[in-house]
Design a protein around this ligand. Structure first.
Ligand SMILES: *Cc1c(COP(=O)(O)O)cnc(C)c1O
Length: 421
C-alpha cells in the first residue's frame, strides 16, 4: 500500500472534510522550491509550504546549524534554564526587529504566539488594577486556531461552531486609502464605549483573508489612536515576517511601532515549529513585582527548543545575505511584469503585488472550500504547481531561491488555467 492509502486508516488531517476530500498526496522529498511525491511527480512549491520555507527546502546552512545543535544540546526546560541558541536568537532578533521591541517570549507555533500576546495584554492591564475586557481586531483577520487567537480571527468558516465561547472582540474594517477617516471614527466609537485591552492586526497584508492589502498610513493612525488610550497594539507578523513584504517586517513600513509582535512560520525556515512573542520594555516591566502572581505564568513544554532556535539563527543570517536580497529583487520584478501581463486578462481583477506576494481575484465568485475552488487547486496540481487558491483569490508567494524558470512555469500555469475557465 502506498502512503496515501495507509494514511487514510488512522490519520485525521487539518482543514479537511474527510467525507469528500481527495486522498492526500504522499510527499517523499523536497529541495529548494521543489518537492516530489511517492510516484516521482515533481511540484513547484509556489507558496513556500504556507510561507515557511522561504530560503528553499533543505537549505544546507539550516541543516548544518540544526545538525550541530542536535549533537551539542537537544533540549532542556526553559524555566530556570537558558541556552546559547535562545540567547543568540534573542540578540539576532534585536538587530532586525523595530527598536522598541526589547523582550523575547518563546512559544511553539503561531497560534500560541498570538495566545501569549493576548494574555500578556490582558494581564498587563490587570496588573495595574485596570480591568479591560475587550479586544479590537480587523474584519476577516486570521490569527490562529486556539481560543484566544480564534476569537481575534474574523473568518467565520473556521469559527462557526465555537462562536458562543469566544472572547469579547470588536471589529473594524481594514483602512484603505479612501476610508481612513471612516475607520478611525469607528475605532474611536469602540474605544469610548468599551474597556479595550489590545488591538490585534496583521500589518499591511491579511494572509488567510486572501492576501488583502491595506493602507500603511491608515494603520499608523489606528495604532496611534490606540496607543494614546493605552490599548496595546499587537502586530501579528506570522505571515508577513521575514522579508515577504519586501522589508524584514511589515511593521518596518509603519511609523508607529507595535507594542507586541508575533513571529512564526518563516522564523525557522520551515525546519522546526517555534514562535516568538516580542514586546517592549514597558510591557515587560508591568509584570515585575514582589508578588509572584503578577509574573506571566504561561509556558509551553517545548519553549525555546534549541533546534528551532538554531534553525532561526541560520535563517536570519540568510535573510540578511546578499544572495537573498538579490533573489528578492529578481522576484519582485518578475511579479510586476507578470502583473502587467495579467492586467490584459478580463477573467481577473484586483491584481496586486507587494514584495514576494502576487495576488489577484477571479471575476468568477467561488466558495472558500467549494467544488470549483477544489477544481482550480487540482488543475494547478496536475500541472505540477502547488498553489492553494483562497476562494477565488489566487496568490503566489514563492521561496526566495525559486529559479526564473520555475517562476515562469507558475505564471504559465496560471495563464493556462485562466484560459480554461
Ligand atoms: C498561520 C498564521 C497563524 C497561526 O499559526 P499556526 O502556526 O498555524 O498556529 C496566525 N496568524 C497568522 C497571520 C498566520 O498566517
Amino acid at each position: 500500500m502506498n502512503l496515501s492509502k495507509r494514511d487514510s486508516k488512522h490519520i485525521w488531517h487539518p482543514l479537511t472534510q474527510h467525507k469528500t476530500a481527495a486522498p492526500p498526496i504522499g510527499i517523499v522529498k523536497a529541495k529548494g522550491a521543489l518537492f516530489w511525491d511517492e510516484d516521482g511527480k515533481e511540484y513547484i512549491d509556489a507558496i513556500a509550504s504556507w510561507y515557511t520555507c522561504m530560503y528553499g527546502h533543505g537549505h544546507p546552512e539550516i541543516i548544518k546549524a540544526v545538525q550541530q545543535q542536535m549533537e551539542q544540546l537537544d533540549f532542556v526546560m526553559f524555566s530556570g534554564f537558558t541556552h546559547k541558541p535562545a540567547v543568540q536568537l534573542s540578540e539576532k532578533l534585536m538587530e532586525i526587529l523595530p527598536a522598541n521591541q526589547q523582550k523575547i517570549f518563546f512559544n511553539d507555533n503561531g497560534s500560541t504566539a498570538v495566545e501569549a500576546a493576548i494574555k500578556m495584554s490582558l494581564q498587563y492591564h490587570h496588573n495595574k488594577a485596570d480591568k479591560r475586557d475587550t479586544l479590537i481586531a480587523f474584519e476577516d483577520g486570521f490569527h490562529g486556531d486556539t481560543f484566544g487567537a480564534m476569537s481575534a480571527s474574523g473568518i467565520s468558516s473556521y469559527n462557526g461552531p465555537f462562536e458562543d465561547f469566544l472572547l469579547n472582540v470588536k471589529r473594524i474594517p481594514t483602512p484603505q486609502e479612501d476610508t481612513i477617516d471612516e475607520v478611525l471614527e469607528q475605532l474611536e466609537a469602540i474605544l469610548s464605549e468599551n474597556k479595550c485591552a489590545a488591538f490585534i492586526f496583521e500589518p499591511l497584508v491579511q494572509g488567510a483573508a486572501g492576501m488583502k492589502f491595506h493602507s500603511a498610513k491608515g494603520l499608523d493612525r489606528l495604532i496611534k489612536k490606540c496607543q494614546e488610550n493605552d490599548v496595546l497594539c499587537i502586530a501579528d507578523e506570522i505571515m508577513t515576517g521575514f522579508g515577504k513584504t519586501g522589508r524584514n517586517f511589515a511593521s518596518d513600513f509603519l511609523e508607529c511601532k507595535p507594542d507586541i509582535m508575533c513571529l512564526s512560520k518563516a522564523l525557522t525556515a520551515g525546519m522546526f515549529p517555534l514562535s516568538i512573542t516580542s514586546c517592549t520594555q514597558r510591557i515587560f516591566d508591568g509584570f515585575l513585582s514582589e508578588e509572584p502572581s503578577k509574573g506571566f505564568f504561561h509556558a509551553h513544554t517545548y519553549s525555546a527548543h534549541p533546534l528551532g532556535c538554531a534553525a532561526a539563527i541560520a535563517g536570519i543570517d540568510l535573510l540578511g545575505s546578499l544572495a537573498m536580497q538579490q533573489h528578492k529583487k529578481r522576484i519582485e520584478l518578475a511579479h510586476e511584469e507578470f502583473a502587467d501581463r495579467l492586467k490584459e486578462n478580463s477573467k481577473v481583477k484586483n491584481i496586486r503585488t507587494k514584495g514576494l506576494i502576487l495576488a489577484f481575484e477571479l471575476t468568477k465568485e467561488m466558495e472558500r472550500y467549494g467544488t470549483s475552488r477544489s477544481a482550480l487547486y487540482d488543475h494547478f496540481m496536475k500541472q505540477g504547481v502547488c498553489l492553494r487558491p483562497l476562494g477565488n483569490t489566487i496568490y503566489v508567494l514563492p521561496p526566495f531561491v525559486i529559479t526564473d524558470d520555475q517562476l515562469q512555469k507558475i505564471y504559465n500555469s496560471i495563464e493556462h488555467t485562466l484560459a480554461k475557465l
